[in-house]
Design a binder for this molecule. Structure first.
Ligand SMILES: Nc1ncnc2c1ncn2[C@@H]1O[C@H](COP(=O)(O)OP(=O)(O)OP(=O)(O)O)[C@@H](O)[C@H]1O
Ligand SMILES: [Mg+2]
Length: 246
């Protein structure tokens, strides 16, 4: 089986603020693989390490140890320049905290990655995508003038404009109403039909139950994996993970 994302034995530790304390282990020996066209969801209690895992397996953060390969490229042996190139051409990342540039209007935020990689910009495509997302504000508005949900749609559109092979999405629908959640989810699902791999962190069990595979993270470890799980199965798994962590 050819994996588009292949992460082996990922560990991430950070120094404790208190010098006498040992390092804090955020991720402990995580293995993660995904194939082209697969939609994988990652669930887990708050603080279990989901964002850290997504950052490590997407090349945004270097793990303390372990290997990550994306589309055949080993991230550990890549230079910062090569990593930046991979991020521009192969990977898109939807941030939990949006990461929009406050000085740019919505439209310019969306097309920024295209501009940076000297790609052609089709204004109509941007407008169409935002209409599909039921974006009600004007594309000339600045992030500070947008609601949280509208900012989230801008951040998602920015990631989708790049036509990446792998999309990492950190709670991409957390700030959205249920109609918008469904629209975004359908869009991601549609992309997987064209061979895009989507790795999504979510707290939304209903959405996770519509992905191909769900992984449960607890205290920095992947503890359970389900293929096409039912909502009930995931609810029970999450209850267990939350109980054990607390
Ligand atoms: N740079 C860092 N320095 C110290 N601790 C960190 C750092 N990054 C993450 N952590 C800690 O690691 C743990 C996991 O954080 P992470 O953001 O990955 O969790 P999460 O599962 O995404 O949580 P949430 O559901 O709230 O988004 C948390 O306890 C967090 O405080
Ligand atoms: Mg997080």
């Amino acid at each position: 089986m050819e994996f588009i994302v292949d992460a082996q034995n990922i560990r991430k530790s950070v120094k404790s603020k208190n010098k006498n304390q040992p390092d804090i282990k955020i991720l402990r020996d995580v293995n993660f693989q995904a194939t082209a066209g697969e939609f994988v969801s990652i669930l887990g209690p708050s603080g279990s390490g989901k964002t850290t895992l997504l950052r490590c397996i997407s090349g945004l953060t270097r793990p303390t140890s372990g290997q990550v390969t994306i589309a055949g490229k080993s991230l550990g042996t890549s230079s910062e320049r090569q990593l930046a190139r991979l991020r521009r051409t192969t990977i898109s990342y939807i941030f939990q905290s949006y990461n929009l540039l406050p000085a740019l209007p919505a439209y310019d935020n969306i097309v920024l990655p295209l501009r940076l990689s000297h790609q052609k910009i089709n204004r109509h495509d941007v407008k169409k995508l935002m209409d599909d997302f039921n974006f009600q504000a004007a594309l000339s508005q600045y992030p500070a003038e947008l609601s949280g949900g509208e900012q989230q749609k801008v951040a998602i559109a920015r990631a989708l404009m790049m036509h990446a092979q792998v999309i990492f999405a950190d709670e991409p629908t957390g700030a959205l109403d249920s109609l918008s959640r469904q629209l975004i989810f359908s869009k991601l699902r549609e992309l997987t039909k064209f061979g895009v791999c989507v790795v999504m962190v979510t707290h939304d069990i209903e959405q996770a139950s519509q992905t191909d595979r769900s992984l449960i993270l607890r205290d920095g470890r992947l503890v359970q994996e389900f293929t096409h799980p039912s909502e009930q199965t995931l609810l029970e798994a999450m209850h267990l993970a939350e109980k054990v962590s607390s």
